[in-house]
Design a protein around this ligand. Structure first.
Ligand SMILES: C[S@@+](CC[C@H](N)C(=O)[O-])C[C@H]1O[C@@H](n2cnc3c(N)ncnc32)[C@H](O)[C@@H]1O
Length: 163
């Protein structure tokens, strides 16, 4: 598989997981959290699939396409170590969907990030919240879910938070 093939598969898997998760939570109230705004691609996809839903984005910087920048009230700007506790204080454990797209090409940094998020994310997750993650973020009591058709295990992680 070429690097181009791999990049295409990763994006297809990401879109399949996002679409699946949006269908799962369609009738459930609660905000969505998007960790890793990046250039705003997945934020844009989520807001198109979930019109009217509060979507809170997190990143240490704004580097998104100008059309894909949340308003100030829906943007937590800074390192996750600061913004996740801040968001947990203001939103509480209410999120119905968390999408974590936080990885880089550095495997050690990804592992450290996953470890940090496994401790900080629960403060924001509502009961049974759906988590879709590009990293293996292990939340105590969370249950693995089957991935949508065509998504290879390990490419994306789909779990539900404890009830
Ligand atoms: C893969 S990119 C996100 C891509 C984005 N979802 C998209 O579709 O355009 C990962 C993002 O996570 C952010 N990030 C990684 N670690 C972070 C941290 N500790 N605190 C805040 N943001 C972080 C990076 O700044 C980067 O923008």
């Amino acid at each position: 598989m070429t690097r181009l093939d791999s990049a295409i598969r990763r994006l297809q898997a990401q879109r399949a997981c996002l679409d699946y998760a949006c269908r799962l939570i369609a009738d459930r109230p609660g905000p969505v959290i998007e960790l890793g705004l990046g250039n705003g691609r997945t934020y844009d996809h989520l807001r198109a699939r979930l019109p009217g839903r509060d979507i809170y984005a997190f990143d240490r910087q704004i580097a998104a396409h100008p059309d894909c920048i949340p308003d100030e009230a829906h943007m937590f700007l800074g390192d996750f170590t600061t913004t996740l506790p801040e968001a947990a204080r203001s939103l509480g454990p209410t999120a119905v969907l968390a999408h974590c797209d936080v990885g880089s090409g550095d495997a050690d940094a990804n592992a450290a990030l996953a470890d940090m998020l496994s401790r900080l994310l629960p403060g924001l997750l509502g009961p049974g919240a759906v988590m879709i993650c590009d990293q293996d973020i292990r939340i105590s009591g969370a249950t693995d879910m089957s991935l949508p058709d065509g998504v290879s295990p390990g490419r994306y992680f789909l779990r539900t938070a404890p009830h």
